[in-house]
Design a protein around this ligand. Structure first.
Ligand code: BTN
Length: 276
């Protein structure tokens, strides 16, 4: 196992030295891994506790939603998975997805002073381009409730410049560096995110979803907009986004007035509204 100051991708600043012991206790640092979600699943099955995290300098097979890959070049991004064992019924687990998106957007707003928008279920957008994404997976939800866990995998383009993106992403992706002109310490972002996520998951379990949902809605980039939904069967539905309800499910109304609940698939602004 590596110590965090032995992982070159993190370029550790002196600020962290006093806190290192604590951070290391519940984090596995890896220079390169196939996918932090894969490793975190193994560690979750082996019994690691709530809040335990895997943080990697780069990933060889970073996984995105809907079977996509997540480009994870060394030193350019935050690639991490946090293990959660929330005091929540498993039917509430979908709310963790939106809770994680809110936690990440708040942290990026506070540290980078940028306006962050959320695209259902939990893409992070800045100035109309995707800067980060979250992949929430669960353990098998069979068996004893005590054994259940959720994995919150986050990928953020932090210090990437244009050339760090493959040509197919160059138009649609951005990074904190490209948006603010500043480079950020990956470990700072990671610790701030983990701490906010744990705080909001505690709030979700003890006070409910209402306040988290309201704050998520303030950042919803599709609500009231004309959008398209690529359904899991490959059908494309155009309509107005009606936003997210109190179960965390988004609805869309097509031009005939028919309302659909978007349970999975990919949503985006309709092409004529995509801007730059
Ligand atoms: C998406 O927008 O499709 C979600 C992307 C999630 C990527 C992160 S990077 C760290 C973690 N490990 C993975 O394999 N995926 C997530």
């Amino acid at each position: 196992m590596l110590r965090v100051d032995e992982v070159p991708s993190f370029k550790l600043g002196t600020f962290f030295l006093p806190f290192l012991k604590n951070i290391m206790k519940d984090t596995l640092f890896l220079e390169t891994v196939d996918s932090t979600n894969r490793v975190a699943r193994e560690l979750g099955t082996a019994g690691k506790p709530h809040g335990y995290a895997v943080l990697a300098g780069s990933q060889l097979k970073g996984r995105g939603r809907l079977g996509k890959t997540w480009q994870s070049p060394p030193g350019k991004g935050l690639y991490s998975t946090i293990l959660l064992r929330p005091k929540l019924d498993v039917k509430e687990y979908p709310k963790i997805t939106l809770t994680a998106g809110l936690a990440l957007s708040q942290v990026l707003e506070e540290i980078c002073q940028l306006d962050v928008a959320l695209k259902w279920p939990n893409d992070i957008y800045i100035s109309g381009r995707k800067c980060g994404g979250i992949l929430v997976e669960t353990s098998s939800l069979q068996g004893e409730a005590d054994g259940h866990f959720a994995l919150v995998g986050i990928g953020v383009n932090v210090n990437a410049d244009k050339d760090s993106f493959s040509s197919d992403l160059r138009k649609s992706a951005t990074s904190l560096f490209l948006e603010s002109g500043k480079e950020y310490e990956i470990l700072t972002l990671f610790e701030a995110f983990r701490s906010r996520l744990l705080q909001l998951v505690f709030q979700l379990a003890h006070e409910g979803f209402a306040d988290i949902l309201n704050k998520w809605r303030e950042r919803d980039m599709l609500q009231g907009k004309w959008m398209q939904w690529l359904t899991p069967t490959g059908e494309v539905i155009f309509g107005e986004s009606l936003g997210v309800d109190n179960r965390g499910i988004m609805s869309v109304r097509d031009c005939s007035g028919k309302i659909y609940e978007v349970l999975s698939g990919d949503v985006s602004l309709a092409p004529q509204f995509r801007g730059r």
